[in-house]
Design a binder for this molecule. Structure first.
Ligand code: PEP
Ligand code: MN
Length: 360
């Protein structure tokens, strides 16, 4: 798939002077709930109203969505508020029903993007549609799989395309529900700068208190929009209660976000600078994570050395490591002086940790 300008026409045609905002509850629960939230979002920056009708749940026995009945409620939302509507589709039958009910935008969930069979089934069912179709990243951080899904849709003649970054699941404990792996989203943008990319801070954080910060990072990284789960009574939502915000919090978030406007040269300079700074922040955090991991391993070595009663400092091994690092660093354009200074500092911290363990 080459980078096709036509893929972002639908977004440019909207002529928004702010990022695209998609909002609404995780799940459609009742007709009253769907309409009440929609009316509270009506006169805001929200262009598309979301509600999950068929809910992919990790384990059976949870609320799995109201089904096709909810599509009628979304039609009412459109008639009463003028907002466009969207929902998740996960198979050919969902597509057929959503198209029959004139849903304006369909998204494909993270658990569907992982399966080429499902993606092909959905692409075939959508063949030639002029509806907007957004593809969430797969649950695992696999850029090729994400792009492959989009490519299947493109090949089926679907031109109004886009992507949603909702983070990646991981076995490691993290403050995120799904870790953002921003680097992957940056790579995605570099490969396809014309494919609209929406951020979903709700599923990345799993926590409404973190939504603002993740949204700001996304905007600094040039994302085109946000999808934020919104409910008038988040605590009592039937799914994803911890991450939904109220309509008034959503408005507050949108007001507080610094939105880059690329109109005058000064603003353009600032926006480029913010983008590069956001990229630096992403990498710095990765460096810190890795240093933290390295020190944990050093502590393990400290414990072993204590058992065997061997000295903390093993000069011969350390000099070998340094020599190797200088060469590896050179290949990456890093000076010998920098490598030596940095790794000496890392080594010293490692020794301090080990000594603490050995001496109790
Ligand atoms: C959702 O948007 O409610 C959803 C189920 O998201 P995801 O596919 O990202 O888990
Ligand atoms: Mn959800």
């Amino acid at each position: 798939m080459e980078n096709k300008k036509e893929m972002r026409t639908w977004l440019d045609d909207m002529k928004l002077d702010h990022p695209l905002v998609i909002a609404g509850p995780c799940s459609a629960e009742t007709e009253e709930q769907v309409l009440k939230i929609a009316h509270e979002l009506k006169d805001t920056d929200v262009s598309y109203y979301r509600a999950g009708i068929w809910k992919p749940r990790t384990r059976p026995g949870n609320f799995e969505g109201v089904g096709a009945l909810g599509l009628k409620w979304l039609q009412k939302v459109k008639a009463e508020t003028g907002m466009k509507t969207c929902t998740e589709v996960a198979n050919a039958n969902h597509v057929k029903l959503a198209l029959e009910h004139d849903i304006d935008l369909l998204w494909i969930g993270a658990r569907s993007t992982v399966s080429p069979f499902i993606m092909q089934e959905i692409a075939d069912a959508l063949q030639g549609t002029d509806k907007i179709v957004l593809v969430k990243n797969p649950v695992n951080p696999d850029l090729a799989l994400w792009l492959g899904g989009i490519e299947r849709l493109y090949t089926a003649g679907i031109k109004n395309l886009g992507a949603i970054h909702r983070g990646f699941s991981t076995y490691e404990k993290s403050k995120y529900r799904n870790i953002p792996e921003w680097q992957l989203a940056i790579e995605f943008q570099n490969k396809f700068p014309d494919l609209p990319l929406i951020n979903d801070p709700s599923h990345i954080t799993g926590n409404r208190d973190m939504i603002f910060d993740v949204s700001q990072t996304a905007l600094d990284l040039n994302f085109d929009g946000l999808m934020i789960e919104t409910h008038f009574d988040p605590e009592n939502a039937w799914s994803d209660a911890a991450q939904q915000v109220t309509p008034s919090s959503l408005v507050q978030i949108m007001n507080d976000l610094k939105i880059r406007k690329e109109t005058d040269p000064e603003a353009e300079y600032n926006s480029e600078l913010n983008n590069l700074r956001a990229q630096i922040d992403v990498v710095d955090n990765q460096v810190l994570d890795l240093l933290g991991k390295r020190m944990k391993v050093a502590e393990g070595i400290g414990a072993l050395k204590k058992q065997k009663n061997v000295a903390v400092l093993q000069s011969k091994r350390w000099n070998e490591i340094l020599g190797k690092m200088v060469l590896e660093g050179e290949e990456r354009g890093l000076s010998e002086e920098f490598i030596l200074r940095m790794f000496k500092a890392v080594h010293q911290e490692s020794i301090n940790r080990q000594e603490k363990i050995i001496n109790g």
